[in-house]
Ligand binder design. Structure first.
Ligand SMILES: [Zn+2]
Length: 186
């Protein structure tokens, strides 16, 4: 379905707790097959830090939020939010609002249909093995400083040979860390 142009938003208060999500958030969560973990009532009143995985992403977001509150200026970063059958390119604008609250607005720029990547389906049994995906560009980590598109990772890691797929954890690749930090200099 053509959802280009759609915007999703949420707001955090001065203590970084999620205080409101846009009306279409539920649809967003369902489209991303995250309905079991990201429904509005499951994220409201929780600190945003519960949903940011890994030291690099935490460090980047901490810097972004500090910068926004100090300088009262918005920051925009590109990111991907792929589903099994779509590459989705978005931009996230993080803006100061009143009383040190901050608004996060994600805007879908475009999406590309692709052959379904079963590995990304949420309802598959998983082993205790773990692979790391970048929360900004959705690339998969193969080695230190070496991240590739998920289709390439499936081949390199021979995931199609496994009976049970590894779990996906999230981190931040070095390239996206640099992009994010550079936005703060503008
Ligand atoms: Zn990345």
């Amino acid at each position: 379905m053509g959802s280009s142009g759609i915007t999703y938003a949420y707001t955090i208060d001065n203590e970084d707790k999620i205080i409101s999500v846009s009306d279409n958030w539920q649809l967003f969560a369902e489209e991303n097959q995250a309905a079991e973990t990201l429904l509005p009532h499951m994220i409201e009143n929780k600190p945003i830090w519960q949903f940011i995985e890994g030291p690099e992403a935490t460090h980047l977001y901490a810097n972004i939020l500090k910068n926004i509150r100090e300088h009262n200026k918005s920051v925009t970063i590109p990111f991907r939010c792929d589903s099994p059958d779509k590459r989705r390119y978005l931009k996230l604008t993080i803006s100061p609002i009143q009383h040190n609250s901050i608004e996060f607005v994600s805007h879908l720029i475009r999406e590309e249909t692709r052959d379904t990547v079963d590995f990304l389906k949420f309802d598959l049994p998983r082993s205790n093995e773990m692979i790391t995906m970048c929360c900004m560009c959705n690339k998969v980590k193969l080695a230190e400083n070496f991240w590739v598109e998920v289709e390439g990772a499936i081949v390199s890691l021979k995931l199609f040979e496994l009976n049970t797929l590894p779990k996906i954890s999230h981190g931040l690749c070095n390239e996206c860390y640099v992009i994010g930090m550079a936005e703060l200099q503008n």
